[in-house]
Design a protein around this ligand. Structure first.
Ligand SMILES: [Zn+2]
Length: 178
């Protein structure tokens, strides 16, 4: 009798032990860390191509180019964060071998699941990038004058110069107040 209960107990214990191997993650981590360090050591010496002689850009154009790079990075990180939040695998966003239509369909489904704020910002970023590409970026939508580069750097998606923005805000304040 006593023996039976004993064996039952040990059986249970064994099962419990089997279910709890949880420390296998750490050696893997250490390994990948080592790999990254090893990758760093061979100094990368890519020859810098100097095409600056061919294209002469004004300081404003250069600044706008930097803004476009910033916008592109912002868009990528927004999409990546959103994909993580929505538990969408990054690969689901854009299959390189998919047809354009299928990709567009996936993107549309993805966009529909974004929150309003993210969607609004992505739209503004896309529009700003489009304006940069079509060389209409940095011109005020209302009065047509150039928007100051400092303002563009601080708020790259803006479509109004400071004066028109202030005017718009004033009008909004008036219409809200009455
Ligand atoms: Zn203006």
């Amino acid at each position: 009798m006593a023996k039976k209960t004993e064996s039952k107990k040990t059986g249970k214990k064994k099962a419990a032990k089997k279910a709890a191997p949880k420390k296998s993650a750490s050696p893997k981590k250490a390994h990948s860390k080592k790999k990254a360090a090893a990758k760093k050591s061979p100094a990368k010496k890519t020859p810098v191509k100097k095409s600056a002689r061919k294209v002469s850009m004004s300081p404003r154009e250069k600044a706008i180019l930097a803004i476009m790079q910033g916008l592109t990075r912002q868009k990528e990180s927004l999409l990546k964060d959103a994909a993580e939040t929505l538990n969408t695998l990054p690969g689901e966003l854009n299959f390189p071998d998919m047809g354009d239509q299928a990709t567009a369909e996936t993107d549309r489904n993805f966009m529909l699941r974004l929150r309003d704020r993210e969607r609004g910002l992505l739209k503004k970023i896309d529009q700003a990038i489009d304006r940069i590409k079509s060389k209409t970026y940095g011109l005020c939508e209302a009065c047509g004058s150039e928007i100051g580069i400092k303002r563009l750097q601080a708020r790259p998606v803006t479509t109004l110069c400071v004066d028109c923005k202030m005017e718009q805000e004033e009008e909004e304040r008036i219409s809200r107040g009455r």
